[in-house]
Design a protein around this ligand. Sequence first.
Ligand SMILES: Nc1ncnc2c1ncn2[C@@H]1O[C@H](COP(=O)(O)OP(=O)(O)OP(=O)(O)O)[C@@H](O)[C@H]1O
Ligand SMILES: Nc1ncnc2c1ncn2[C@@H]1O[C@H](COP(=O)(O)OP(=O)(O)OP(=O)(O)O)[C@@H](O)[C@H]1O
Ligand SMILES: [Mg+2]
Ligand SMILES: [Mg+2]
Lengths: 184, 184, 165, 165
Amino acid sequence: GRLNGLELYNFKSYKGTVKFGLGTSDFTSIIGPNGSGKSNMMDAISFVLGVRSSHLRSNALKDLIYRDRISSLDKENQIPENEQKEVDNNIENDNSETIKAYVKAFYTKNSENTPTVFERDIRSNGDSVYKIDGKQVNFKNYSKVLENENILIKARNFLVFQGDVENIASQSSQQLTRLLEEIS
Amino acid sequence: GRLNGLELYNFKSYKGTVKFGLGTSDFTSIIGPNGSGKSNMMDAISFVLGVRSSHLRSNALKDLIYRDRISSLDKENQIPENEQKEVDNNIENDNSETIKAYVKAFYTKNSENTPTVFERDIRSNGDSVYKIDGKQVNFKNYSKVLENENILIKARNFLVFQGDVENIASQSSQQLTRLLEEIS
Amino acid sequence: RRELFIKAFEHAQEHIDVIYKELTKDPHYNVALGGGSASLTLEDEDEPYLAGIRYHATPPLKRFKEMQYLSGGEKTVAALALLFAINSYQQSPFFILDEIDAALDISNVEKIARYIKKYSKINSQFIVISLKNTMFEKSDALIGVFRQQNLNSSRVLTLDLSGYS
Amino acid sequence: RRELFIKAFEHAQEHIDVIYKELTKDPHYNVALGGGSASLTLEDEDEPYLAGIRYHATPPLKRFKEMQYLSGGEKTVAALALLFAINSYQQSPFFILDEIDAALDISNVEKIARYIKKYSKINSQFIVISLKNTMFEKSDALIGVFRQQNLNSSRVLTLDLSGYS
Ligand SMILES: Nc1ncnc2c1ncn2[C@@H]1O[C@H](COP(=O)(O)OP(=O)(O)OP(=O)(O)O)[C@@H](O)[C@H]1O
Ligand SMILES: Nc1ncnc2c1ncn2[C@@H]1O[C@H](COP(=O)(O)OP(=O)(O)OP(=O)(O)O)[C@@H](O)[C@H]1O
Ligand SMILES: [Mg+2]
Ligand SMILES: [Mg+2]
C-alpha cells in the first residue's frame, strides 16, 4: 500500500486544519528550521497509527492538542488523563463529546483504487477515538487492519524518532529478541 | 591557563606516539570522517585529566590501550580490571611494570611561562599512574592541582561528550542541584 | 512459536550482511571487496525466544566486531542496516525517519541517501526528516515546514522535485 | 555550605537569561528585542541543596516555558546556555565539545559558532569536534584527524587558519 496524504486538526503546533498530499513521491523529505514542526508531523503520523502518546514526547493525550499558550494556571487544572482509555474505548458513540483534535491518514491498499481513511480523534473528555472510513472502531480492530498491511505498531520497526537511531544498534540482546518476537 | 598541546602513546586508535600543539589558537576545531578518531582524542584529554574510563566508552582501562585487532581469545583473557585501582594508587613506584599507554597534556598556568606536564599512564598490570612534570603523585593531589586551575573533574562542567548535549537541558532538578553543589 | 521465531530470525540473519555491505561500500569502486561485514547470532539455539540475539558489525577496513568500539557515525550506519534487515521480513509499506543522518559525515549521508532512493522505488515509501541537503536533494518531493508567526502555528508547503533534474 | 551553594546559584541565575538571549538573538537585527528568555528557580528556598533547581527556557517568538515542549534543536541551544552559565561561576580554562551542533539548523550553528568565537577570546579556550563547515570555518586552527590505513592507526594534521581571511 501507499500513504497518500494527511490531514491534521489542532494537533500539536498545527493550529486549525492542515492538509497535504504526498503525490506519487516514493521518497519524501520533510525540511524546515529548528522548532518549525517537523517532528510534530512525525508525531501526527505515529498518533493516527495508534502509537501511545508517551512515545510522542508528551505525558497525556491533552498535550497533543494545539495550545496557544500555556499559562501556569492551565498546568494545574490538567487532569492526568488515564492512558488506559486509549486502548479499551468501546464502540458506543456518546455524541456529547466534542472533538478537540484529530489526524486523518489517507492510505491506499495495494488491491484497491480509493484510499482508506484512518482517523484518530481526541475528545474533550480526554478519550481517544479510532475511525476507519468515518466509522468508529475499537483499537483492537483498528490495529488488526493495520497489521494486515504490515504496519506493526507494537514493533514500531518502521519508525525512528529523533535521537533514537544509535539506540537501535546498542540495544541489548534481550531487546533484540523481543523485537523479533513482535514481528514473527 | 592554556592547553598548549598533547602527546598520546598507544591510546585507543592512536598507535605509537602522536604529538601536536594547539599554538596560539583560542578556538580549535577537530574535524575528520566518521570513525577516524575525533572522539578518541576527546577521550585522551578527558583521560589525562582523571575522568574515569566508564565515561570514555569503555569498561576497563585495558580497553583504552591501542589494539591492533581483537581476537575472540583476547576477549576471554581480559581480567575485569578493578576500577577502584584508578583512584587509590599509592606513591611507591614499583618500576617493574611497563607502561602500555599514556597521555601527556602540556598546560601553561596563567602565572607561569613554561608548561606544566600532566601525565597519566596505564601499566601492564591494569593500574593507572598519575604524574606532574615527570614526578608521580596520587590521584588526590593530582586533582587538587587541577582544581586550583578550575578544572573540576567531578562536575565535568566543561566537557560535553558526543550525543550528550540535549541531556544537559533535560536533566532532573535534583541533578541540577548536585551539579551546582559540585562547583560551589 | 519457535517455528515462527526461527523463520523471522533466519530471514534477518541472511539479509543483515548484504544490507550492511551495501550501506558501507564505496559507490565509486565497483569492486565486490567494498563494504563491511555484519552478523546476527542466537545466544541459545534451543529456546531462542528466551535468550538474546547478538549483533556484530565491522566497518570497512576496521578489525573490531563489538558494538562498543564503533564511533557515533559507525553506529548509526550499523543501526540502519539492522532496521532494514528486520523490517524486510514483514516489509512495512512506509518508513518514517527523523534526522537519522545527524551523526553522519558527508560521504555516509550520500551512501544512505542513495540506498533510500533505490529502495523507495522497490520496497517501501520513505518519509525522511533531515537538515542536510545531501540527504533531501535526492528525494522525489519536499514538504517544507515553517512557522507562521502571526497565527502562532506550523504550516506546510509541498514541492514536487521530480520535474527538476 | 548553604552560603556557598546560594552564591553559585545566584551567579548562574543572573547569567542564564543574558547568555540564552545572546545565543538565540538574530545577529542581523540589532534590536534588543531579539532572543528568548530563560530562568533558574529553586524548589526550596530554605534548604536549596536538598531540593531541586528548575530550568525554563522559551525560544524567541514562542510561548511555552516547559522543557518538554522544546524541539531537538531548541533543546540543544537551551542546554548550551545552561552549560555556559554554570561554568561562568568558576570559569574553566577550556571547553571540549563533541558534535554539539548535530541537531542544529544552519542559522543556529551560525549563532553558536559566533558565540564561541567571541568568548574564546575573552574567557576560555574552546576545542570543538564538528562535521559542519559553518562551525569549523570560524575557528583559529584545525586539527584534521584521519585514519592511516597501512598502519591501522589514527593520525593528526594541524592547520593554522589565522593566516587565511
Ligand atoms: N500542544 C502544542 N501546542 C502548540 N505548540 C506545540 C505543542 N506541542 C509542541 N508545540 C511546539 O512545537 C515546537 C516543536 O516542534 P518540533 O519538535 O516538531 O520541531 P522540529 O521541526 O522537529 O525541530 P528540530 O529541527 O529542532 O528537531 C515547539 O517549539 C513547541 O512550542
Ligand atoms: N583500543 C582501541 N584500539 C584501536 N582502535 C580503537 C580502540 N578503541 C576504539 N578504536 C577505534 O576507534 C574508532 C572510533 O573512533 P572515534 O569514536 O574517535 O571516531 P570519531 O572520529 O569520533 O567518529 P564519528 O564522527 O563517527 O563520531 C573505532 O572505529 C574503533 O575501531
Ligand atoms: Mg525535530
Ligand atoms: Mg565521534
